[in-house]
Design a protein around this ligand. Structure first.
Ligand code: B12
Length: 207
């Protein structure tokens, strides 16, 4: 099979979409396709690091990923649904960070697993997380971050939630390429999700 991650990391949009159609036609699951695309985005990030790819490449790959997610959305949403009362998951990309592809994938996976998802968008201020917890009373809150310069935004968000007295009513998770188990521990989160799949498994397993 031609390498989908290579097609995406070289920003070849028509080959990327063609390979995805071929995979869907041969029964490859949408989740496996997302994993291949993630690998492509990581490859591109490494090339950016080494000075072999540039900001326009990142932007273009971001646009291709949006098209990919639109294409895969119906397949992901055809996943399992539950009859029980839906649990609520609030997610946002933390303040000063505008990356949203991984957040969108995480939101989509939670939706496809029967959660009600409130997506706060990108560059979300700590107060906005707090207000949405008060308004939607979620069981789970997720913070996404791709920039290591935004660790402080995670810490500020958790502190704002604690100061508002909401910390005990939610389970808090953190993810995105810049997140680490150490950040999760230092910021007093309940869970670090390396992938969206891990996070949805964790949330689904909670009482
Ligand atoms: C595409 C991209 C962009 C696009 C974003 C488009 C968009 N709509 O999101 C654009 C061009 C806008 C961009 C801008 C910048 N970027 Co950029 N970008 C990337 C790139 C190549 C891919 C990111 C991506 O979408 N990956 C694919 C997704 C699916 O992966 P993911 O987000 O990690 O998500 C998965 C998991 O982490 C998890 N997950 C995600 N969120 C959450 C949340 C929770 C709660 C959980 C549990 C799980 C979870 O689920 C997903 C699926 O499993 C990365 C490289 C990389 N290795 O990540 C650089 C990268 C993140 N960018 C980087 C940089 C430096 C920037 C800029 C500062 C560049 C600049 N000089 O202007 C700006 C920042 C702007 C800002 N203020 O935010 C650096 C960050 C370095 C660092 N250590 O902090 C990276 C790592 C590139 C590099 N190697 O240097 N970028």
């Amino acid at each position: 099979m031609t390498d989908l991650s290579d097609a995406l990391s070289s920003c070849d949009d028509s080959l990327t979409l063609q390979l995805i159609h071929e995979r869907l036609n041969t029964g490859v699951s949408a989740i496996e396709i997302v994993a291949e695309c993630n690998a492509g985005m990581t490859q591109l990030g490494e090339r950016f690091d080494q000075g072999e790819a540039f900001i326009p490449d990142l932007m273009f790959s971001g646009m291709i990923m949006k098209k990919v997610m639109e294409l895969l959305q119906p397949y992901l949403e055809a996943g399992q649904q539950t009859e029980e009362k839906k649990k609520t998951f609030v997610i946002g990309t933390v303040q000063n960070d505008i990356h949203d592809i991984g957040k969108d994938i995480t939101a989509m996976l939670f939706r496809s697993h029967g959660f009600r998802v409130i997506d706060l968008g990108v560059d979300v201020k700590p107060e906005k997380f707090v207000i949405s917890i008060q308004e939607y009373q979620p069981e789970f809150v997720g913070m996404s971050l791709l920039l290591t310069t935004c660790y402080q935004s995670v810490i500020n968000t958790v502190q704002a939630i604690e100061s508002a007295g909401c910390r005990n009513q939610i389970k808090l998770c953190v993810g995105g390429a810049a997140a680490t188990p150490l950040l999760s521990e230092k910021a007093n989160c309940d869970f670090y999700g390396k992938t969206a799949v891990e996070a949805v498994r964790w949330a689904s397993a909670q009482k």
